[in-house]
Design a protein around this ligand. Structure first.
Ligand code: PLP
Length: 399
Protein backbone atom coordinates (compact mmCIF):
# COMPACT_ATOMS: atom_id res chain seq x y z
CA UNK A 1 0.00 0.00 0.00
CA UNK A 2 1.06 3.52 -0.73
CA UNK A 3 0.54 5.31 2.54
CA UNK A 4 0.69 8.76 1.01
CA UNK A 5 -2.78 10.17 0.71
CA UNK A 6 -3.63 12.80 -1.84
CA UNK A 7 -5.93 15.50 -0.66
CA UNK A 8 -7.90 17.87 -2.80
CA UNK A 9 -7.80 21.53 -2.02
CA UNK A 10 -11.19 22.74 -3.16
CA UNK A 11 -9.79 26.27 -3.52
CA UNK A 12 -7.46 25.42 -6.35
CA UNK A 13 -8.78 22.03 -7.44
CA UNK A 14 -5.18 20.86 -7.36
CA UNK A 15 -3.74 17.77 -5.82
CA UNK A 16 -1.51 18.26 -2.83
CA UNK A 17 0.25 15.54 -0.91
CA UNK A 18 -0.47 15.24 2.78
CA UNK A 19 1.73 12.79 4.59
CA UNK A 20 0.21 12.37 8.02
CA UNK A 21 -3.17 14.03 8.16
CA UNK A 22 -5.19 13.86 11.33
CA UNK A 23 -8.61 12.59 10.44
CA UNK A 24 -11.96 12.18 12.07
CA UNK A 25 -14.15 11.31 9.10
CA UNK A 26 -13.04 10.61 5.60
CA UNK A 27 -13.96 9.06 2.30
CA UNK A 28 -10.88 7.29 0.98
CA UNK A 29 -10.92 6.95 -2.79
CA UNK A 30 -8.73 4.31 -4.43
CA UNK A 31 -7.80 5.72 -7.83
CA UNK A 32 -6.32 2.39 -8.88
CA UNK A 33 -9.82 0.93 -8.53
CA UNK A 34 -11.16 3.67 -10.82
CA UNK A 35 -8.48 2.79 -13.38
CA UNK A 36 -9.21 -0.93 -13.05
CA UNK A 37 -12.90 -0.30 -13.66
CA UNK A 38 -12.25 1.76 -16.77
CA UNK A 39 -9.92 -0.91 -18.16
CA UNK A 40 -12.41 -3.71 -17.50
CA UNK A 41 -15.17 -1.81 -19.25
CA UNK A 42 -12.92 -0.66 -22.11
CA UNK A 43 -12.01 -4.32 -22.75
CA UNK A 44 -15.63 -5.36 -22.56
CA UNK A 45 -16.94 -2.76 -24.98
CA UNK A 46 -13.99 -2.46 -27.41
CA UNK A 47 -13.89 -1.04 -30.02
CA UNK A 48 -16.52 1.30 -28.54
CA UNK A 49 -15.12 4.34 -26.72
CA UNK A 50 -15.64 4.96 -23.01
CA UNK A 51 -17.07 8.20 -21.63
CA UNK A 52 -16.41 8.53 -17.89
CA UNK A 53 -19.48 10.15 -16.32
CA UNK A 54 -18.31 12.35 -13.45
CA UNK A 55 -21.40 14.45 -12.76
CA UNK A 56 -22.32 15.22 -9.14
CA UNK A 57 -18.64 15.55 -8.21
CA UNK A 58 -17.86 12.13 -9.58
CA UNK A 59 -20.79 10.48 -7.76
CA UNK A 60 -19.29 11.89 -4.57
CA UNK A 61 -15.78 10.60 -5.32
CA UNK A 62 -14.27 13.86 -6.64
CA UNK A 63 -14.84 14.73 -10.30
CA UNK A 64 -11.36 16.01 -11.07
CA UNK A 65 -9.45 13.11 -9.54
CA UNK A 66 -11.79 10.55 -11.10
CA UNK A 67 -11.65 12.23 -14.51
CA UNK A 68 -7.85 12.22 -14.47
CA UNK A 69 -7.68 8.58 -13.42
CA UNK A 70 -10.28 7.53 -15.99
CA UNK A 71 -8.49 9.31 -18.82
CA UNK A 72 -5.19 7.71 -17.78
CA UNK A 73 -6.86 4.30 -17.95
CA UNK A 74 -8.26 4.69 -21.44
CA UNK A 75 -11.50 6.65 -21.22
CA UNK A 76 -11.50 9.25 -24.00
CA UNK A 77 -14.57 11.30 -23.10
CA UNK A 78 -15.80 12.96 -19.91
CA UNK A 79 -19.54 13.32 -19.30
CA UNK A 80 -21.33 15.77 -16.99
CA UNK A 81 -24.96 16.66 -16.54
CA UNK A 82 -24.35 20.40 -16.28
CA UNK A 83 -22.20 22.69 -18.39
CA UNK A 84 -20.96 24.29 -15.16
CA UNK A 85 -19.57 20.91 -14.05
CA UNK A 86 -17.78 20.49 -17.37
CA UNK A 87 -16.42 24.05 -17.28
CA UNK A 88 -14.96 23.49 -13.82
CA UNK A 89 -13.10 20.45 -15.12
CA UNK A 90 -11.88 22.31 -18.20
CA UNK A 91 -10.55 25.10 -15.96
CA UNK A 92 -8.80 22.51 -13.81
CA UNK A 93 -6.98 21.25 -16.89
CA UNK A 94 -9.04 18.37 -18.28
CA UNK A 95 -8.60 18.74 -22.04
CA UNK A 96 -10.38 15.63 -23.32
CA UNK A 97 -13.61 15.56 -25.30
CA UNK A 98 -16.49 16.47 -22.97
CA UNK A 99 -20.26 16.39 -23.13
CA UNK A 100 -22.89 18.10 -20.96
CA UNK A 101 -26.57 17.43 -21.52
CA UNK A 102 -28.88 19.07 -18.97
CA UNK A 103 -29.54 22.75 -19.59
CA UNK A 104 -31.71 25.67 -18.58
CA UNK A 105 -31.95 29.17 -20.00
CA UNK A 106 -29.27 30.17 -17.50
CA UNK A 107 -26.77 27.63 -18.82
CA UNK A 108 -23.56 29.41 -19.92
CA UNK A 109 -23.62 28.16 -23.51
CA UNK A 110 -21.19 30.87 -24.69
CA UNK A 111 -18.52 29.69 -22.28
CA UNK A 112 -19.23 26.05 -23.09
CA UNK A 113 -18.72 26.60 -26.81
CA UNK A 114 -15.52 28.57 -26.24
CA UNK A 115 -14.26 25.83 -23.90
CA UNK A 116 -14.88 23.16 -26.53
CA UNK A 117 -17.56 21.37 -24.55
CA UNK A 118 -20.00 19.33 -26.65
CA UNK A 119 -23.63 19.98 -25.87
CA UNK A 120 -26.53 17.56 -25.73
CA UNK A 121 -29.58 19.08 -27.41
CA UNK A 122 -33.12 18.11 -26.52
CA UNK A 123 -35.46 20.84 -27.86
CA UNK A 124 -35.50 24.63 -27.24
CA UNK A 125 -31.80 24.50 -26.42
CA UNK A 126 -30.97 24.07 -30.13
CA UNK A 127 -31.94 27.69 -30.83
CA UNK A 128 -30.26 28.98 -27.66
CA UNK A 129 -27.03 27.20 -28.56
CA UNK A 130 -27.10 28.50 -32.14
CA UNK A 131 -27.54 32.04 -30.79
CA UNK A 132 -24.63 31.54 -28.40
CA UNK A 133 -22.49 30.25 -31.28
CA UNK A 134 -23.32 33.38 -33.23
CA UNK A 135 -22.34 35.60 -30.28
CA UNK A 136 -18.99 33.93 -29.73
CA UNK A 137 -18.39 33.38 -33.45
CA UNK A 138 -17.50 29.74 -32.89
CA UNK A 139 -19.52 26.76 -34.09
CA UNK A 140 -21.01 24.56 -31.34
CA UNK A 141 -20.59 20.78 -31.39
CA UNK A 142 -23.90 19.14 -30.56
CA UNK A 143 -25.26 15.68 -29.88
CA UNK A 144 -28.95 15.32 -30.67
CA UNK A 145 -30.72 13.63 -27.76
CA UNK A 146 -33.65 11.36 -28.53
CA UNK A 147 -36.26 10.20 -26.05
CA UNK A 148 -36.51 6.51 -26.89
CA UNK A 149 -38.79 5.78 -23.95
CA UNK A 150 -37.42 7.24 -20.71
CA UNK A 151 -39.80 10.19 -20.84
CA UNK A 152 -37.32 12.76 -19.61
CA UNK A 153 -35.15 14.85 -21.90
CA UNK A 154 -34.63 14.42 -25.64
CA UNK A 155 -36.72 14.89 -28.78
CA UNK A 156 -39.60 12.51 -29.20
CA UNK A 157 -39.55 10.57 -32.45
CA UNK A 158 -42.44 12.81 -33.55
CA UNK A 159 -40.38 15.95 -32.98
CA UNK A 160 -37.10 14.57 -34.31
CA UNK A 161 -37.56 15.34 -38.04
CA UNK A 162 -38.33 18.99 -37.29
CA UNK A 163 -35.39 19.21 -34.90
CA UNK A 164 -33.06 17.71 -37.51
CA UNK A 165 -34.27 20.16 -40.12
CA UNK A 166 -33.54 23.14 -37.87
CA UNK A 167 -30.20 21.67 -36.88
CA UNK A 168 -29.38 21.29 -40.56
CA UNK A 169 -30.17 24.96 -41.20
CA UNK A 170 -27.91 26.03 -38.35
CA UNK A 171 -25.20 23.72 -39.57
CA UNK A 172 -25.46 25.15 -43.11
CA UNK A 173 -25.15 28.61 -41.55
CA UNK A 174 -21.91 27.52 -39.88
CA UNK A 175 -23.27 27.89 -36.35
CA UNK A 176 -22.95 24.29 -35.24
CA UNK A 177 -21.98 20.79 -36.19
CA UNK A 178 -24.12 17.78 -35.34
CA UNK A 179 -21.49 15.28 -34.22
CA UNK A 180 -23.53 12.80 -32.23
CA UNK A 181 -26.86 11.23 -31.43
CA UNK A 182 -27.69 9.75 -28.06
CA UNK A 183 -30.41 8.49 -25.77
CA UNK A 184 -30.74 7.11 -22.24
CA UNK A 185 -32.04 3.75 -21.01
CA UNK A 186 -34.81 3.42 -18.44
CA UNK A 187 -34.79 -0.15 -17.15
CA UNK A 188 -31.51 -1.77 -18.20
CA UNK A 189 -30.82 -2.56 -14.53
CA UNK A 190 -33.70 -5.06 -14.81
CA UNK A 191 -32.45 -7.09 -17.79
CA UNK A 192 -35.56 -9.25 -18.00
CA UNK A 193 -37.79 -6.28 -18.87
CA UNK A 194 -38.80 -5.84 -22.53
CA UNK A 195 -38.61 -2.04 -22.67
CA UNK A 196 -34.85 -2.03 -23.28
CA UNK A 197 -35.38 -3.92 -26.55
CA UNK A 198 -37.98 -1.35 -27.52
CA UNK A 199 -35.69 1.55 -26.67
CA UNK A 200 -32.80 0.08 -28.64
CA UNK A 201 -35.09 -0.44 -31.65
CA UNK A 202 -36.29 3.17 -31.49
CA UNK A 203 -32.69 4.32 -31.21
CA UNK A 204 -31.86 2.42 -34.43
CA UNK A 205 -34.71 4.23 -36.17
CA UNK A 206 -33.42 7.57 -34.90
CA UNK A 207 -29.92 6.76 -36.18
CA UNK A 208 -31.33 5.86 -39.59
CA UNK A 209 -33.26 9.11 -39.69
CA UNK A 210 -30.30 11.28 -38.74
CA UNK A 211 -27.96 9.52 -41.17
CA UNK A 212 -30.53 9.78 -43.95
CA UNK A 213 -30.65 13.51 -43.23
CA UNK A 214 -26.98 13.61 -44.21
CA UNK A 215 -25.29 14.31 -40.89
CA UNK A 216 -21.78 12.97 -40.58
CA UNK A 217 -21.79 11.55 -37.04
CA UNK A 218 -18.76 10.87 -34.86
CA UNK A 219 -20.62 9.04 -32.09
CA UNK A 220 -23.86 7.23 -31.42
CA UNK A 221 -24.37 6.37 -27.73
CA UNK A 222 -27.08 5.04 -25.44
CA UNK A 223 -25.51 2.60 -22.94
CA UNK A 224 -25.24 3.48 -19.24
CA UNK A 225 -23.62 1.07 -16.75
CA UNK A 226 -26.48 -1.46 -16.76
CA UNK A 227 -26.56 -1.34 -20.56
CA UNK A 228 -22.78 -1.76 -20.71
CA UNK A 229 -22.86 -4.83 -18.47
CA UNK A 230 -26.00 -6.54 -19.74
CA UNK A 231 -26.57 -5.43 -23.33
CA UNK A 232 -23.63 -5.69 -25.76
CA UNK A 233 -26.04 -4.60 -28.49
CA UNK A 234 -26.35 -1.22 -26.74
CA UNK A 235 -22.66 -0.29 -26.96
CA UNK A 236 -22.66 1.47 -30.36
CA UNK A 237 -19.67 3.86 -30.81
CA UNK A 238 -19.41 4.86 -27.19
CA UNK A 239 -20.71 3.93 -23.74
CA UNK A 240 -21.39 6.34 -20.88
CA UNK A 241 -19.93 4.76 -17.78
CA UNK A 242 -21.18 6.15 -14.46
CA UNK A 243 -21.84 3.79 -11.57
CA UNK A 244 -19.49 1.08 -12.82
CA UNK A 245 -16.64 3.60 -12.94
CA UNK A 246 -16.90 3.75 -9.16
CA UNK A 247 -16.92 -0.04 -8.90
CA UNK A 248 -20.57 -0.46 -7.96
CA UNK A 249 -23.11 -2.79 -9.54
CA UNK A 250 -26.45 -1.52 -10.86
CA UNK A 251 -28.03 -4.94 -10.48
CA UNK A 252 -29.98 -5.94 -7.40
CA UNK A 253 -28.48 -9.43 -7.16
CA UNK A 254 -25.10 -9.18 -8.88
CA UNK A 255 -22.07 -7.92 -6.98
CA UNK A 256 -19.47 -5.79 -8.75
CA UNK A 257 -16.80 -8.52 -8.62
CA UNK A 258 -18.86 -10.53 -11.09
CA UNK A 259 -17.76 -7.90 -13.62
CA UNK A 260 -14.25 -7.51 -12.13
CA UNK A 261 -15.24 -4.05 -10.88
CA UNK A 262 -13.75 -2.78 -7.59
CA UNK A 263 -15.57 -0.33 -5.31
CA UNK A 264 -13.44 2.81 -5.12
CA UNK A 265 -14.78 4.47 -1.98
CA UNK A 266 -14.23 3.51 1.62
CA UNK A 267 -16.09 5.62 4.19
CA UNK A 268 -14.52 5.61 7.63
CA UNK A 269 -14.40 7.36 10.96
CA UNK A 270 -13.26 6.47 14.45
CA UNK A 271 -15.24 5.25 17.43
CA UNK A 272 -15.77 8.47 19.43
CA UNK A 273 -16.74 6.92 22.75
CA UNK A 274 -17.71 3.64 24.44
CA UNK A 275 -19.61 3.38 27.69
CA UNK A 276 -21.42 0.84 29.83
CA UNK A 277 -25.21 1.27 30.13
CA UNK A 278 -27.85 -0.73 31.99
CA UNK A 279 -30.53 -2.95 30.47
CA UNK A 280 -33.42 -0.89 29.16
CA UNK A 281 -31.30 2.11 28.19
CA UNK A 282 -33.00 4.07 25.38
CA UNK A 283 -30.75 5.04 22.48
CA UNK A 284 -30.83 8.25 20.42
CA UNK A 285 -33.76 10.55 19.60
CA UNK A 286 -37.12 8.90 20.04
CA UNK A 287 -35.59 6.21 22.26
CA UNK A 288 -36.68 3.70 19.63
CA UNK A 289 -34.05 1.17 20.66
CA UNK A 290 -33.66 -0.12 24.20
CA UNK A 291 -30.79 -2.29 25.35
CA UNK A 292 -31.87 -5.80 26.27
CA UNK A 293 -29.14 -6.25 28.86
CA UNK A 294 -26.30 -4.37 30.45
CA UNK A 295 -24.08 -3.56 27.51
CA UNK A 296 -21.51 -1.24 25.98
CA UNK A 297 -22.66 1.36 23.47
CA UNK A 298 -20.24 2.66 20.86
CA UNK A 299 -20.64 6.21 19.57
CA UNK A 300 -19.96 6.72 15.86
CA UNK A 301 -19.32 10.37 14.94
CA UNK A 302 -21.11 10.37 11.60
CA UNK A 303 -24.71 11.20 10.89
CA UNK A 304 -27.04 12.51 8.27
CA UNK A 305 -25.09 15.74 7.87
CA UNK A 306 -22.24 13.55 6.66
CA UNK A 307 -24.56 11.79 4.25
CA UNK A 308 -25.65 8.71 6.19
CA UNK A 309 -29.34 8.44 5.35
CA UNK A 310 -31.36 9.24 8.48
CA UNK A 311 -33.74 6.37 7.72
CA UNK A 312 -30.91 3.82 7.59
CA UNK A 313 -31.24 2.47 11.13
CA UNK A 314 -29.68 -0.99 11.02
CA UNK A 315 -27.00 0.12 8.58
CA UNK A 316 -23.73 -1.74 9.24
CA UNK A 317 -20.67 -0.32 11.00
CA UNK A 318 -17.56 -2.51 11.17
CA UNK A 319 -15.09 -2.15 14.04
CA UNK A 320 -12.22 -4.53 14.82
CA UNK A 321 -13.40 -6.85 12.05
CA UNK A 322 -16.93 -7.23 13.41
CA UNK A 323 -20.06 -5.62 12.00
CA UNK A 324 -22.65 -3.95 14.23
CA UNK A 325 -25.99 -2.54 13.03
CA UNK A 326 -26.76 1.08 13.88
CA UNK A 327 -29.22 1.13 16.80
CA UNK A 328 -31.84 3.82 17.18
CA UNK A 329 -32.09 6.90 15.01
CA UNK A 330 -29.22 8.30 13.02
CA UNK A 331 -28.76 11.90 14.17
CA UNK A 332 -27.18 14.85 12.39
CA UNK A 333 -23.66 14.18 13.62
CA UNK A 334 -23.66 10.74 15.13
CA UNK A 335 -25.15 7.32 15.55
CA UNK A 336 -24.81 4.44 18.02
CA UNK A 337 -23.87 0.77 17.84
CA UNK A 338 -24.39 -1.84 20.57
CA UNK A 339 -21.10 -3.65 21.21
CA UNK A 340 -22.53 -6.17 23.68
CA UNK A 341 -21.61 -6.85 27.31
CA UNK A 342 -18.26 -8.53 26.80
CA UNK A 343 -16.04 -5.81 25.40
CA UNK A 344 -13.17 -3.81 26.81
CA UNK A 345 -13.86 -0.15 25.95
CA UNK A 346 -10.15 0.48 25.52
CA UNK A 347 -10.18 -1.90 22.55
CA UNK A 348 -12.75 0.25 20.78
CA UNK A 349 -12.29 3.92 21.59
CA UNK A 350 -10.49 5.59 18.68
CA UNK A 351 -10.57 2.50 16.50
CA UNK A 352 -11.41 2.71 12.82
CA UNK A 353 -15.15 2.42 12.22
CA UNK A 354 -15.88 1.41 8.64
CA UNK A 355 -19.22 2.58 7.33
CA UNK A 356 -18.63 0.85 3.99
CA UNK A 357 -15.77 -0.27 1.80
CA UNK A 358 -12.78 -2.58 2.11
CA UNK A 359 -12.75 -4.39 5.45
CA UNK A 360 -16.40 -3.49 6.06
CA UNK A 361 -19.76 -3.93 4.41
CA UNK A 362 -20.78 -2.81 0.93
CA UNK A 363 -22.46 0.41 -0.13
CA UNK A 364 -25.40 -1.78 -1.08
CA UNK A 365 -25.97 -2.84 2.52
CA UNK A 366 -26.41 0.83 3.42
CA UNK A 367 -28.63 1.36 0.40
CA UNK A 368 -30.86 -1.51 1.54
CA UNK A 369 -31.02 -0.15 5.08
CA UNK A 370 -32.14 3.19 3.65
CA UNK A 371 -34.56 1.77 1.08
CA UNK A 372 -32.58 3.36 -1.74
CA UNK A 373 -29.88 2.55 -4.30
CA UNK A 374 -26.09 2.61 -4.08
CA UNK A 375 -26.00 5.59 -6.49
CA UNK A 376 -27.75 7.76 -3.90
CA UNK A 377 -25.63 6.65 -0.95
CA UNK A 378 -22.25 7.58 -2.44
CA UNK A 379 -23.53 10.69 -4.18
CA UNK A 380 -24.83 12.16 -0.95
CA UNK A 381 -21.70 11.81 1.17
CA UNK A 382 -21.52 15.45 2.19
CA UNK A 383 -18.78 18.07 1.87
CA UNK A 384 -18.19 17.72 5.62
CA UNK A 385 -16.40 14.46 4.87
CA UNK A 386 -12.94 15.11 3.41
CA UNK A 387 -11.94 12.98 0.43
CA UNK A 388 -8.53 11.36 0.46
CA UNK A 389 -6.94 9.71 -2.53
CA UNK A 390 -4.80 6.59 -2.46
CA UNK A 391 -3.38 4.10 -4.88
CA UNK A 392 -4.17 0.51 -4.09
CA UNK A 393 -5.24 -0.94 -0.78
CA UNK A 394 -6.11 1.50 1.95
CA UNK A 395 -5.21 0.08 5.32
CA UNK A 396 -5.69 2.95 7.75
CA UNK A 397 -4.88 5.38 4.99
CA UNK A 398 -2.90 8.41 5.96
CA UNK A 399 -2.00 7.23 9.42
C1 PLP B 1 -25.89 9.63 -15.15
C2 PLP B 1 -25.97 9.30 -16.59
C3 PLP B 1 -25.23 8.24 -17.12
C4 PLP B 1 -24.47 7.25 -16.26
O1 PLP B 1 -25.37 6.29 -15.78
P1 PLP B 1 -24.83 5.05 -14.89
O2 PLP B 1 -26.02 4.18 -14.72
O3 PLP B 1 -24.36 5.64 -13.61
O4 PLP B 1 -23.74 4.42 -15.67
C5 PLP B 1 -25.25 8.05 -18.49
N1 PLP B 1 -25.96 8.86 -19.28
C6 PLP B 1 -26.71 9.88 -18.82
C7 PLP B 1 -27.48 10.72 -19.76
C8 PLP B 1 -26.75 10.13 -17.45
O5 PLP B 1 -27.50 11.13 -16.98
Amino acid sequence: MNSEALEQSTETAQLTVTTSPKWERRAVIDLSAIRNNVKQVADLVAPSAVMAVVKADGYGHGALQVANAALQAGATWIGCAHVTEALALRKAGIDSAMLAWLHTEDTPFDEAILAGIDLGVSGWDLDAIAQAAQRVETPARIHIKVDTGLGRNGSTMADLPGQLQRANEYQEAGLLRVVGIFSHLAVADEPERPETDEQLAVFEQAIELIEAAGFDLEVRHIANTPGILSRPDSHHDMVRLGLGLYGLSPFEDEAPDKFALRPAMKLITRVANVKKVPAGQGVSYGLNYRTSEETYLGLIPMGYADGLPRVATGGPVTVNGKTYPVRGRIAMDQCVIDLGPEVNPEDFIGKEAIIFGEGGQSVNTWAHAAGTINYEVVTRISPRVPRFYVEGSWGEAGE
